[in-house]
Design a protein around this ligand. Sequence first.
Ligand code: ZN
Ligand code: ZN
Length: 403
Amino acid sequence: MSTFLGQISEIPGISVDRFDGENLKSSAFFLSHCHSDHMKGLSSSFFNYLINSDTYLYCSPISKAFLMGIFVGLPEDRILEIELSIPKIIRYTVPEGGESLATSLTVSTSPAGHCPGSVMFIFSKDEKTILYSGDFRINPKDLPKLNPLNDKIDGKNRAKKFDTIYLDTTFLSLDFPRFPSRLESCEAICDAVKQWLEPNSKNVVIIECSALYGVEYLFMEMFKLLNLKIHIKDKVHSNYIRIPELAEIVTIDGRDSRIHACTSKLFSTKNLLCRSDVDYENILTIVPSVMRWKGKNTSCISEYDTRNRQRLYVCYSTHSSYEELRAFVDYFKPDKIVPCVCPSDSATKIDKLLGEFMSYQMKLDESDQVSESLNFRVPFTRVFKKPFASKYFADDDDEDDEL
Ligand SMILES: [Zn+2]
Ligand SMILES: [Zn+2]
């Protein structure tokens, strides 16, 4: 859960992923993705504020589509889309001495691989370049392919020099050293689904999701591998239909489907409301989860509930693991990192781990040149099997050349 308060100290006058309190003094707003902990303060009164103050909210086209589904009647012309990889000049004002000074910055976005439409923001203002990662999961191996995060030098992508990275530190903990790639998790889930569905035409599968959104990549892979539409909740469907890649893989007719993400975690999954013809013995419940793997070996991707063989847990993460974060920091070697998920009881541990990640700074002080021994080897590399086409859903398994 994001604990970031919204303001980028290096660039006063803008707010990111927080839209309340002091942020209402800002004059340009940015939303990295549509998860509720990044949308605090978004409301009809905030959108009225945009109109009255002649300011704008910037986000990806998919996030805009989601917002229009969530906030019916929002002033569409106040939400401006930023296309991936295309730098945009933003004009805004900074309060100074009781006056508002007009100024500008350049922003570009990179796919964040977290959920549909999720992006990282790269802000350039005066001499400063700042990366706001938002929630993200990108295979470290793919970092050199992401053009907005790199500078072209002699025809090759080299890591951009960031003054500060505002970092998604959700799983910055030695309890979460590594995760399977999402493709591996999806394949484990699809294998289990196939095995369950084949023996009996009455058998169905429930995907138990902890939040309304976040497993869209899983749904897309399941459709690709199994060619079965997923029954989802009506209110989720009303948003998915705005996005063609998702609209074609889901249904609101429960009788249509053998895969169901229509249940609520809070309620018992013993019965399926949309399929009264299905008995409990015909249901396999699959739970994509990370917390169950806290401190455990993730080389075993899935495990059945010890007391219930009809309940399967699969390690599935849309945030970076400790090792992925370490490789991310080591790739960019920023001057400063601000952790964006930093509950007060974990702050000391997070600071310590970030200090270890940034040990290159001490060594750089000793010598201007980076020695060979400092080249951190990405410890968690995988063999990538399948391409994943859509640029907006770019993922940790993405094989696309460059974005
Ligand atoms: Zn998120
Ligand atoms: Zn259903």
